[in-house]
Design a binder for this molecule. Structure first.
Ligand code: PLP
Length: 429
């Protein structure tokens, strides 16, 4: 193959060759904690990063390695590290870059768990966050302080689905020599490739559309390999690292590894020593999911657009937010970045308010009432009383979350069955 394979082909093949010893075509699950060294010298080389290879599954595993290599190709990055959850991917990303006394500038419209992590957990470790309204990129620049270490956004804000002007925010990050971190869970590389729009680090919760069937928890971080860590303000990359026999990550790595200093430090410092590793069984589930990701995400988007347009016309519905709707405040920006569809989640409010929303959810039959998105099955949730209930009413408002908001993750069922279920549940409100 002279030409590099297309995206759909990479979803199925990237990172994997048939097993050379056993000839198995499917990805083998390596259920092992540890790997036998060839020699004392090889063991020392592996620990010294002079050779990259298998040591212990907390640090890496061949099954998980295929998943990491495949996501790297799909995102157009340089290296990826898979971990036990999307949440762990976020936390380990932050502490790979920032420490006590440092600061983050983040969009305010975040996944509930991420907001809590930034707002209520990181401050106990001396890392503070300024939350800004994502719809005006200038807000990010205004919030930058001398101790700011990264800029953070989601590809579709959770739960109001606002889409950021990535190019504008990336330009600000670049100007201030800050890494631009994008949580791209809601779009997946099918709809949006964050690295093409200036992201230096991309995070995906594998739990959602990539897994695609609501059967496993996992997360992954992709290093674009395009950030220069030699600026002394990134202390963890410039001082001799006690965690790794005095290595200075921005300076001492052999040339081919220098661009992936972030991914290497992520794996060998927080993952190795704090231990949020992914099970190879779960990695296998995500590889299975990736094979059909393109087909599924396109159908999720198609079904969701139909639901959004249908809700917009429904007499019991007060408002609908979906970036694919022409009237949506985020539609213009979303159309610039999301070329293959607008994703699988739609949010709306019923005219009868919070009580009506609860009645609606209790009346659903085909939809499952649960806290997840990205399943083949249609799902519904009332975030204000569940996923975002740790936030104050003020914080909920700032994150674009009115009390009546209902979130739907539209599945792959026949659209007529989806609409019929929504119709009978709306009738009950
Ligand atoms: C679900 C989700 C997470 C957290 O991922 P887990 O795998 O559940 O830990 C982070 N960000 C976004 C946007 C999510 O949807």
């Amino acid at each position: 193959m002279a030409k590099s394979p297309a995206f759909e082909t990479n979803l199925i093949h990237a990172g994997q060759k048939p097993d050379p010893t056993e000839r198995s075509r499917g990805v083998a699950i390596h259920r092992t904690s540890s790997f036998v060294f060839n020699s004392a010298k090889q063991a020392a080389d592996l620990f010294g990063l002079r050779e990259l290879g298998n040591i212990y599954t907390r640090l890496g595993n061949p099954t998980t390695g295929i998943l990491e290599d495949r996501i790297t190709v799909l995102e157009g990055g340089a290296a990826s590290v898979a971990v036990a959850s999307g949440t762990a991917a976020i936390f380990n990303t932050i502490i790979t870059i920032a420490k006590q006394g440092d600061h983050i500038v983040s969009a305010s419209n975040l996944y509930g768990g991420t907001y809590t992590q930034f707002d209520a957990i990181l401050p106990d470790f001396g890392i503070t966050t300024t939350f800004v309204d994502v719809t005006n990129p200038a807000n990010f620049e205004k919030a930058i302080q001398p101790n700011t270490k990264l800029i953070y956004v989601e590809s579709q804000g959770n739960p109001a689905l606002d889409v950021a002007d990535f190019d504008a925010i990336a330009a600000i990050a670049k100007k201030h020599k800050l890494p631009f971190v994008v949580d791209a869970t809601f779009t997946t590389p099918v709809l949006f490739k964050a690295i093409e729009h200036g992201a230096n680090i991309v995070i995906n919760s594998l739990t959602k559309w990539i897994g695609g069937h609501g059967t496993a928890i996992g997360g992954i971080v992709t290093d674009a390999g395009n950030f220069d860590w030699t600026d002394p303000k990134f202390e963890q990359f410039n001082r001799p690292d006690k965690n790794y026999h005095g290595l200075r990550w921005a300076h001492d790595l052999p040339a081919p590894l220098k661009p992936i200093a972030f991914a290497l430090r992520f794996r060998t410092v927080p993952l190795r020593n704090l231990g949020a590793s992914l099970s190879p069984d779960s990695a296998w589930i995500f590889l299975q999911g990736l094979e059909t990701l393109n087909l599924r995400v396109l159908r999720h988007s198609e079904n969701t657009l139909k639901v959004a347009e249908w809700l917009e016309k429904h007499s019991k519905v007060a408002w609908v937010r979906y970036p694919g709707l022409k009237k949506d405040p985020t539609h213009k920006v979303a159309s610039k970045y999301l070329k293959n569809g607008f994703g699988g989640v739609v949010v709306f409010g019923v005219k009868s308010g919070r009580a009506g929303g609860e009645k609606f959810i209790d009346s659903l039959k085909l939809f499952s009432h649960l806290a997840n998105v990205g399943d083949a099955k249609s799902l519904a949730l009332h975030p204000a009383s569940t996923s975002h209930s740790q936030l104050t009413e003020e914080q909920q408002k700032a994150g674009g979350l009115p009390p009546e908001l209902v979130r739907l993750s539209i599945g792959l069922e026949n659209i007529d069955d989806i609409l019929a279920d929504l119709d009978q549940a709306l009738a009950a409100t």
